[in-house]
Design a protein around this ligand. Structure first.
Ligand SMILES: CC(C)(COP(=O)(O)OP(=O)(O)OC[C@H]1O[C@@H](n2cnc3c(N)ncnc32)[C@H](O)[C@@H]1OP(=O)(O)O)[C@@H](O)C(=O)NCCC(=O)NCCS
Length: 187
């Protein structure tokens, strides 16, 4: 199994020459090659690359951006589920989040646990030492990838209103995750 600590992680820069990247999703390949730098320049998303340190091959990339989760009238069930974990006086109709805007693993490295390790990395990144409040991770998952986020990341559906859409909104609560790691560290 490949460990992502053994790969070179970097944030995309303006002058970086991006080696060819081929995941099984052509839109995501195109985003990295043609659009990611513009999003970064406009401060709309930060793209992280994981590369094979010997060959520079791009193993995977992901893009992150700030987000908010906001409950509509029809999302009462989720609102109640989430609010049960938040002290009454801190309960809101919206909460700060970070969105995994894009995530793709090269076909050459697929099914080796890299996607799952990236989800874990992003959770840790935002559960500890944050510079601004961020309670949730979110993702608009392609229907094909929904089970990846459920099974490998323990993400939950936010709403039933998108059940017939091309993408579904899923979320992950960082606070219980952080609490569990804090307990492990203290013991
Ligand atoms: C989805 C993706 C990121 C997974 O990356 P990965 O490194 O192969 O994932 P992992 O090895 O950690 O986990 C794979 C497991 O997740 C589960 N899974 C569920 N849906 C899946 C899917 N669409 N693709 C891959 N795995 C999926 C399976 O249990 C799979 O187990 P298997 O390897 O025994 O088949 C990768 O397949 C990819 O880049 N897909 C194209 C882009 C994409 O759909 N990105 C998500 C955008 S919302």
């Amino acid at each position: 199994m490949i460990h992502i600590e053994d790969l070179a992680l970097s944030i995309l820069t303006k002058n970086m020459v991006i080696p060819e990247f081929k995941s099984k999703d052509s839109d995501l390949n195109e985003f990295l090659m043609l659009e990611a730098k513009d999003y970064q320049e406009q401060m709309l998303a930060i793209t992280y690359l994981l590369q094979n340190s010997k060959t520079s091959e791009v193993v995977a990339y992901f893009s992150l951006l700030n987000d908010t989760i906001k409950f509509e009238e029809e999302d009462k069930k989720t609102r109640n589920r989430i609010n049960r974990k938040i002290p009454y006086e801190k309960q809101r109709n919206h909460y700060p989040a970070v969105k995994i805007g894009r995530l793709a693993v090269s076909e050459n490295y697929a099914h080796q646990g890299i996607g799952e390790q990236i989800l874990q990395y992003v959770k840790v990144l935002f559960a500890f030492g944050n510079r601004s409040g961020c309670r949730f991770l979110t993702v608009d998952a392609y229907s094909d990838a929904v089970s990846f986020y459920e099974e490998k990341g323990d993400f939950k559906f936010f709403t039933e209103t998108d059940v017939n859409d091309d993408t579904r909104l899923l979320y992950f609560d960082l606070k219980p995750f952080k609490d569990a790691l804090d307990i492990v560290e203290q013991s």
